[in-house]
Design a protein around this ligand. Structure first.
Ligand SMILES: [Zn+2]
Length: 348
């Protein structure tokens, strides 16, 4: 029952599908030409702002809002993020992370707050960076189609994790820690990463050409990203922050990387170890410490096998390509210049 003082607003535009509470409240306030805090106070909700209400709608607050809008408390609750596990809350952006060209600008769906959702289900369109490029501009169509499979696997896992239903091993935070570990020492942009510059321009851009760039495991797990990402924007933040604060391109690569590592943790972890230098290997082993012992044994076994294959291949000149029989998805290219740090590696 509503208190007599709480009359329903004369007109209440319905929330859009999957719209988050703060988005809808802001639209209502705009509709009544009021600043949001004045609107909330007018509704009898003067203790919390719209952002706080969508984290957790208190019993009394839900009842008041239900009376004022004619919605049920249950329907209002589905517009909040109360089901999101505490460790995943840093993933929720205050508004839409990416943009759908077909969606109205003022509506913010809940899914759009998370960094791993790259499609608008409503319009079946790929989302673009706000004011920036979209993924089709970075990746050729065939590459993007393949990455989509991995990104889909990664996004499913991340969504489960955010709702506290993921029991996969290694866990999502462990995989992100691994993906963002520096597997090699930082190094300046390689020739392939540099734009073509005149001698004069090279002198003028000396700082750029000599700046050390962090080299993270992500570049090995998702080499497609390594090939297209602007060199200065290649490094991502560590662990969960990588996704929480990443760009569209970075988050797509991280989600695809997470999907790949979820499918084949042994194959990909061993490949990153194999591509590492001495210091990087030490850091990777630290990151692997929390992984189950049986899994680590398989990873180090695979790693040793890769080294043996490399030793056999080193007699030949030029490039070789090995297909990993246990992980057909992994084709590993061996090159003399690629793995020059291996001789400094401590034994596993
Ligand atoms: Zn849309």
């Amino acid at each position: 029952m509503c208190a007599p003082s709480l009359t329903q607003l004369p007109v209440v535009p319905r929330p859009a599908r999957d719209e988050r509470l703060s988005s809808w409240l802001n639209r209502l306030a705009q509709f009544y030409a009021m600043p949001i805090n004045v609107f909330l106070a007018d509704c009898g909700l003067n203790r919390n702002g719209a952002a706080a209400l969508e984290w957790r709608l208190g019993e009394g607050e839900g009842a008041i809002l239900a009376c004022r809008t004619g919605m049920t408390v249950e329907a209002l609750r589905t517009m909040t993020f109360e089901k999101i596990a505490p460790q995943a809350r840093l993933m929720i952006a205050p508004g839409n992370r990416y943009v759908c060209p077909g969606c109205p600008a003022g509506i913010h769906p809940k899914r759009r707050a998370f960094p791993w959702n790259f499609w608008c289900r409503e319009h079946n369109l790929r989302l673009a960076a706000s004011g920036g490029r979209n993924l089709e501009e970075w990746f050729p169509e065939t590459v993007l189609a393949l990455l989509d499979f991995s990104a889909h696997d990664g996004a499913m896992r991340l969504a489960d994790w955010a709702h506290g239903r993921d029991e996969g091993v290694p866990s999502v935070p462990q995989l992100l820690d691994f993906l963002t570990t520096r597997h090699r020492k930082s190094s300046p942009p390689s020739l392939a990463e540099q734009p073509i510059l005149s001698l004069e321009a090279r002198r003028a851009n000396h700082d750029f050409l000599t700046r050390p760039i962090a080299r993270q495991a992500l570049l090995i797990v998702v080499p497609e990203y390594d090939r297209v990402a602007p060199v200065l924007a290649k490094p991502v933040r560590a662990g969960l922050l990588s996704l929480a604060q990443g760009s569209l391109l970075q988050n797509f690569a991280l989600t695809a990387g997470l999907g790949r590592m979820s499918t084949d943790p042994v194959g990909y972890a061993a490949m990153v170890l194999w591509a590492s230098d001495g210091e990087g290997e030490h850091r990777l082993r630290q990151a692997l410490r929390g992984w189950p012992l049986a899994l680590r044994r398989r990873i180090y076994g695979r790693f040793q096998r890769l080294n043996r294959i490399e030793a056999q291949a080193s007699h030949a000149t030029g490039w070789r390509s090995l297909t990993n029989s246990d992980s057909p998805s992994l084709t590993i290219t061996l090159g003399e210049s690629h793995n020059h740090a291996r001789d400094r590696r401590p034994s596993p």
